[in-house]
Design a protein around this ligand. Sequence first.
Ligand code: URA
Length: 220
Amino acid sequence: MNNYKNVFVVNHPICCHNLSIIRDKNTTAEVFRNAVKRITYLLFYKATEDLELENCSVETPLESCICQRLNSKKEIIIAPILRAGLIFSDIANEIMPFATVRHIGMYRDEDTLTPIWYYNKIPVEFENPEDKIILILDPMLATGNSAIDAIKLFANKKVPQKNIRFVSLISAPEGLEKVQNMFPDVRIITASIDNCLNSSGYIRPGLGDAGDRIFNTVIN
Ligand code: URA
């Protein structure tokens, strides 16, 4: 339980164990990536638990039976925010190989802490927005500024808020508050709500810069 209407914290023991690995500053990039991948499966389990199903008929080797499959009218869109969000997208693709992947390129201006766009693979024409399910992926929900910009991209194309999910490893209360105030029906799935942001917009205790930890570009 937490104080936010639509924030789901996956505090499964496997998540907690792997969070302890990725928070450790001495963890190598290789071990970091593998631990994040293990958490990713559990985050996606939660993020997709309410996807709509439809009945279908299947012939087993013995007889026909009625099964359920994902509603074929719904298009699932995986939208990783570059670059750190890429750590989630391989697993997301593995679990949902039929999904569309639409990358979002933005980085954070370290002075203003606002997102700067440099790439966006979202089509201008977005048909049947009510049939899209959007999973926006970014390991760190810090100030909430990038999350809000990414959500707006889809909300402005008339995708209902309830169809949009934001998946993160670690979230800061400041960012959660901001996103939930602006988009109360967008669901946020995270493995931890940490204490606060520091003056540079980093999550405390957090894990440092997620992109640097994933791609081994930490400068010591
Ligand atoms: N982005 C990161 O990678 N880490 C933080 O703590 C905040 C934003």
